[in-house]
Design a protein. Structure first.
Length: 278
């Protein structure tokens, strides 16, 4: 496996580039207290709307806050929200879809109709409704994104399980007297989860974009929390001051692209049709 990953780094430059981008932003977020030259929420109206300079690398916003410091700290909120949403929604969807696909029959029909009911709503609209009802804060925004995201993982996992459960090793385990729970946990899920992992890496960028969009609409973290989407929203009224929305927007864009590059690389590695290359 490690040899395949090393070969993937050497042969797939986009995957390598994606890993570098994601690691860069993760390190920037972790080291923000060390790297940020200013307090991200400190305001100084005497230096408001200053363009990028040696003193303020990314310029300052309408409240005189240093944008470079806010971008570094903002990565903590955006990356945390995106990663937690993907992990929790992926876990819920994996077990939900595995149970539905393995049980079959009425259980499958009822469980999947429920998930399809959620999927029938436009994702952004449903997340906005949930967030508006519960109140705008970081936790509620992540909760709304999880509710919106998990059915997609469940549907993918179910489709894979429907194929995997017909394999000979599952039939052999059943013939040896293994319980349905043991077969599900030891045979079905481990041999089905690779598709979910690929989807999770690709979905990370989407969830960061969703979280940033909700923050842009005023349904995310409350001001003056430094969050990428909210920072882009702050720059809407200052089109001629490109740095206010430009730098946090660039952070969102590069992180989303990097996550998608990683997802494409993992698909090439884990897809049985492409695995021979590695």
């Amino acid at each position: 496996m490690w040899q395949s990953i090393k070969k993937l780094f050497k042969s797939n430059y986009l995957f390598t580039f994606g890993v570098i981008i994601c690691l860069f932003w993760i390190l920037m977020a972790i080291l923000a207290p060390v790297l940020a030259p200013y307090d991200p929420v400190a305001q100084d109206l005497t230096i408001r709307l200053q363009p990028p300079s040696a003193e303020h690398w990314f310029g300052t916003d309408n409240f005189g806050q240093d944008i470079f410091s806010r971008v570094l700290y903002g990565g903590r909120y955006s990356l945390l929200a995106g990663c937690l949403t993907v992990v929790i929604a992926g876990i819920i969807g994996t077990f939900y879809g595995a149970i539905a696909g393995y049980a079959g029959g009425v259980v499958d029909n009822v469980m999947m109709r429920f998930s399809e009911m959620i999927l029938s709503f436009p994702s952004l609209i449903l997340a906005m409704i949930i967030n508006a009802v519960m109140g705008s804060n970081l936790f509620n925004t992540m909760f709304a994104l999880i509710i919106v995201a998990w059915p997609t993982y469940a549907r993918l996992m179910r489709s894979v399980v429907l194929s995997v459960k017909e394999n000979e090793y599952v039939t052999a385990s059943r013939a040896l007297g293994a319980s349905r729970l043991r077969i599900l946990l030891k045979e079905i899920i481990p041999n089905s989860v690779s598709s979910v992992l690929i989807m999770a890496t690709t979905d990370l960028g989407n969830q960061i974009l969703m979280f940033s969009t909700l923050s842009f609409l005023g349904l995310g973290s409350a001001p003056p929390t430094p969050e990428w989407g909210m920072m882009v929203s702050d720059g809407v009224n200052f089109f001629n001051k490109f740095w206010i929305a430009g730098f946090p927007g660039l952070a969102i864009f590069t992180m989303a692209v990097g996550a998608n590059f990683i997802g494409d690389g993992l698909r090439d590695l884990l897809d049985p049709k492409l695995r021979k290359q590695f």
